[in-house]
Design a protein around this ligand. Structure first.
Ligand SMILES: Cc1cc2nc3c(=O)[nH]c(=O)nc-3n(C[C@H](O)[C@H](O)[C@H](O)COP(=O)(O)OP(=O)(O)OC[C@H]3O[C@@H](n4cnc5c(N)ncnc54)[C@H](O)[C@@H]3O)c2cc1C
Length: 351
């Protein structure tokens, strides 16, 4: 696989206190000139810098917006969208934006709930990293280089294409971008054993421990833009166990919920036991609603071992083999995602 030759790029600090000092038209003009001035890439700058007149402007802007609230006409739009395919364009766009006092929004996968990667109430540009998606897996050294706009689905797929006994503790939604996910922390079912996605990155260039700490969980775009991440892959068994068991209030859900709150954080680190509380009988209106608690779990090992463990630590749950299925780690990621998507109105908790 091709090695993506960029490193964490901590020097691209976003100017938060910029003053808008240039008209919108001149911003587009300036930026159109800017990368060629800085980098001598004049032939391709028109393809990389999309103004409001560009035919691809709207489709690129809308392509990864996940919160449809921000698709309406009243949402402020960027003056320009920059779509770099090399780190030098990012650098040039930052320098030029800073020079013109323009706000910048960085976008990887576009899953920000509040639209922070593509909305600003001051005039702004978007640097959309979607061309930077390269992934290089190095199984021998249990590591990976991942460009920020690669998705979590692409990352997991690439890992299992290279073997079945490695994984990565990134979230289960396949379209989330690596850039925003790791910048914000990132958690999934194996975090009890391996920590957050951000905990499994390593510093490749000297940037100081404090900045390295800040860019991994301090919130995307707060400190710098990261173009690629060096990740530590984690070991997973060839077969894991997923289980689901549901209890209504009549079946003792309240007691199980209470018990779970006391023991969940003390269970073996190979076991993730998550619960969802929802209404079981939406259609029934006369006699009040019945609450149902669903326990979803992932265990990094065989079903027999899991059953022994739950019989010992949480016997009231009455988990048995019929509630459980053994599968590969990657199948478990997809399985638990489907379960999650199937619950439309609920409250959930993980410890
Ligand atoms: C459907 C869905 C499912 C989710 N599932 C999970 C889950 O299972 N586990 C979990 O932990 N989280 C989950 N999340 C939350 C998700 O991890 C965050 O919203 C994450 O920030 C999205 O990253 P992104 O690159 O897709 O988003 P973007 O909107 O592109 O970016 C999010 C933020 O990070 C900044 N940013 C983006 N790229 C970079 C970069 N390269 N360098 C610096 N800053 C950058 C943006 O400016 C923005 O502030 C989910 C979100 C959604 C919408």
């Amino acid at each position: 696989m091709v090695f993506f030759n960029v490193k964490l790029f901590p020097l691209l600090i976003i100017p938060f206190n910029s003053v808008w000092s240039t008209s919108s038209n001149s911003i587009s003009e300036s930026l159109l000139q800017c990368p060629s001035t800085h980098l001598n890439h004049s032939n391709s700058s028109k393809e990389i810098i999309l103004t409001r007149n560009s035919s691809a402007y709207s489709s690129v802007l809308q392509s990864s917006i996940q919160n449809l609230r921000f698709l309406n006409n009243s949402t402020p739009k960027p003056e320009v969208i920059v779509t770099p395919f090399h780190e030098s364009y990012v650098q040039a766009a930052v320098i030029c934006s800073k020079k013109h006092g323009i706000q910048i929004r960085f976008r990887s996968g576009g899953h920000d709930y509040e639209g922070l990667s593509y909305v600003s109430y001051d005039p702004f540009i978007i640097i959309d990293l979607f061309n930077l998606q390269t992934i290089h897996i190095d199984i021998e050294n249990e590591s990976a280089w991942v460009a920020s706009a690669a998705t979590l689905g692409q990352l997991c797929y690439s890992i299992v294409q290279n073997g079945k006994v490695h994984g990565f503790p990134a979230g289960s939604c396949p379209t989330v971008g690596v850039g925003g996910h790791i910048s914000g922390g990132g958690f999934v079912t194996i975090f009890r054993k391996y920590g957050l996605a951000a905990d499994n990155t390593s510093q490749q260039i000297s940037m100081g421990e404090e900045l390295f700490w800040a860019i991994r969980g301090g919130g995307g775009s707060s400190f710098a833009v990261s173009l690629a991440w060096k990740l530590r892959l984690v070991p997973v068994p060839p077969s894991v166990t997923v289980c689901k068991i549901e209890k209504t209030t009549e079946e003792g859900a309240t007691k199980l919920f209470s018990k779970w709150q006391v023991i969940a954080d003390k269970l073996h680190e190979d076991l993730f036991l998550h619960l969802v509380v929802e209404v079981a009988n939406e259609a029934s209106t006369t006699d009040g609603k019945t609450i149902k608690v669903s326990f979803d779990s992932l265990f990094l090992g065989p079903v027999e071992k899991l059953l022994l463990l739950t019989q010992d630590k949480f016997p009231d749950l009455s988990l048995d083999r019929s509630n459980c299925t053994e599968m590969s780690w990657i199948q478990s990621v997809m399985h638990l995602r489907r379960n999650h998507d199937a619950n439309t109105s609920y409250a959930q908790a993980s410890i």
